[in-house]
Design a protein. Sequence first.
Length: 95
Amino acid sequence: MWAGFAALYDEGGGVGLFDGKSWRIFTDFSEISNVPVYDIALDMDWQPWLATQRGLVHIKNDGTVEVYTSEDGLPIDVIHSVFVTGDGRIWVGTS
């Protein structure tokens, strides 16, 4: 189970993965370190898409991270929600 944190250990937020026994908190990705995560959706390959204060973040299965912001065509950088459709399209909600 993936979970986003608006505030993590008195920091700005982040994301964690629960494997049924323990949590793995992702701090090794500078793209999501200390960033509030508002929503998480999994695509058809079980890769998480994160709605964050700094854009849409995609954590790929190979461990690489892509960040999409207003420079990539989003209306603003603050993404409040993310949804993956059955055909793999990614929808985001902004304010």
